[in-house]
Ligand binder design. Structure first.
Ligand SMILES: Cc1cc2nc3c(=O)[nH]c(=O)nc-3n(C[C@H](O)[C@H](O)[C@H](O)COP(=O)(O)OP(=O)(O)OC[C@H]3O[C@@H](n4cnc5c(N)ncnc54)[C@H](O)[C@@H]3O)c2cc1C
Length: 420
């Protein structure tokens, strides 16, 4: 069968790899010059490794992608970096039961109460009943007033803004269940891993056409046309649902309506290259738990992966999830840094003295909104076009998006096609 895949992110690459293993002809069309999608990386002059445009790591229980790396003999590094939270202007390491139990902003009984609730979520395998309740309602009633107001409410509000109240407890459950204190990272960066997988695909006879943006999808007599890119027996679309609709305007209107109900946030990231570390306490990831803070997270990548791979530079992400209309999307990296500067100076008054470079990345759809009872809304892989399949970031429920689930999804959609 002649199969086309739109998108060379980890879903597209994984489905291509599996379909080639079972003898199909596969062509991937990718609008960017490199594979990797949302996990794409780049490399500055003098760097030995690549780094992601948007901060990325794996949890050590991300079995699908770690299994794929092993299958492909790709080296993976496992480390225990420090994750902290900024609360009332102070940084607290909060990334394990031990650090939670010594969190001085809560009384001993409040810490125990929060620990019991988090343990209940972590060890409860039944997520379905949880999806009926909102995360804010559950947490505000169970973890204790102080823990909710200091930690969870500001975090949820900064991440989800106007959607906060609608976020399902199942989403929160998935975050708690998946978190591991050790984190994993592909040696050389996610771009290197994606390039390696792309090479394997090409060696197996698959074709990857970069810098090709598919503009139209239509179906006639069971054959799928991608306009200039030709006609195929089957097509797999790995783009977010709203982008799929733009390419296929002849899809039935009730289907279009159902996909348009799915909401999401974009992401904006500024990457600072510094001569000296930003954090003095070795923090890799800082959650900003401050209502009204101009940013959600400060991530010092080189407190996870050694700065020697990046010409001894110290690399810091300043990240936020925002609706795509937000002004941050249209600001230059320099202007956005000016906006963030008063906040950053509170964390490190001298950071800008060692600033040697600045880059900004943004994407209009990065974080699906998972409301109450999302299982009723998850789009199917089967679409109204008989031979067009949808496999995207909005289908990995109850899990949150991630390259691990992109690999899983790729394997699932390959399975659906091979059964037909
Ligand atoms: C800020 C941020 C932080 C993240 N952190 C992590 C993390 O720590 N760990 C983790 O595992 N995951 C993380 N993720 C999530 C992860 O990146 C995604 O879940 C995963 O990469 C999705 O892969 P995908 O292939 O499904 O989609 P995508 O990566 O979106 O791939 C879709 C591809 O389609 C291409 N495309 C779009 N339109 C067209 C067109 N018309 N024609 C041809 N090609 C087209 C795009 O260029 C893209 O390459 C993060 C994401 C973001 C944004």
């Amino acid at each position: 069968m002649n199969i086309a895949i739109i998108g060379a992110g980890f879903t597209g690459l994984s489905v291509a790899y599996r379909l080639l293993q079972s003898g199909h002809n596969v062509t991937i069309f990718e609008k960017d010059p490199q594979p990797g999608g949302l996990a794409i990386g780049y490399q500055e002059k003098g760097w030995e490794w690549t780094m992601e445009a948007f901060y990325h790591h794996w949890f050590t229980n991300d079995a699908s992608i770690l299994g794929l790396a092993e299958e492909l003999n790709f080296p993976v590094i496992i480390k225990r970096p420090k994750t902290s939270s900024l609360i009332d202007g102070k940084i607290y390491q909060l990334d394990s039961p031990r650090t939670l139990l010594s969190f001085a902003k809560l009384s001993f009984s409040e810490r125990v109460q929060m620990g019991v609730v988090l343990a209940f979520l972590r060890f409860n395998p039944f997520w379905r009943p949880l999806e009926k309740v909102s995360a804010t309602k559950f947490l505000s009633k169970t973890v204790g007033k102080n823990a909710y107001e200091l930690l969870w409410k500001p975090l949820l509000m900064s991440k989800f803004g106007k959607y906060t109240e609608s976020i399902s407890l199942a989403w929160f459950w998935a975050r708690i269940v998946k978190r591991t204190t050790n984190l994993a990272y592909p040696k050389g960066g996610f771009l290197r891993f994606a390039q390696h997988l792309a090479k394997v695909i090409q060696k197996k006879g698959g074709s990857i056409q970069y810098n090709v943006s598919v503009e139209n999808i239509s179906e006639k007599n069971g054959k799928v046309s991608l306009g200039k890119q030709g006609t195929f027996n089957k097509v797999i679309v790995t783009l977010p649902s709203f982008a799929f609709l733009k390419l296929a305007p002849s899809l039935p209107s009730d289907y279009q309506k159902s996909l348009m109900q799915l909401k999401g946030l974009g992401a904006v990231v500024v990457i600072m290259r510094l001569k000296r570390p930003f954090f003095t306490d070795g923090t890799y990831w800082l959650n900003v738990c401050e209502p009204g803070a101009p940013i959600l997270a400060v991530v010092e990548h080189t407190n996870f992966m050694d700065s020697k791979h990046y010409n001894n530079e110290h690399l810091i992400y300043l990240g936020h999830y925002l609706p795509k209309e937000h002004t941050y999307f249209s600001l230059s990296a320099e202007d956005l840094l000016k906006t963030l500067d008063p906040f950053l100076r509170r964390l490190n008054p001298e950071y800008n003295k060692s600033l040697i470079g600045l880059k900004k990345f943004s994407v209009p759809f990065a974080q699906p909104i998972i409301p109450i009872n999302y299982s009723r809304q998850v789009p199917s892989m089967i679409t109204p076009f008989q031979n067009v399949y949808l496999a995207n970031i909005q289908q990995v429920y109850p899990w949150d998006r991630g390259t691990n689930y992109a690999v899983e999804l790729g394997e699932q959609v390959a399975g659906v096609i091979m059964k037909k």
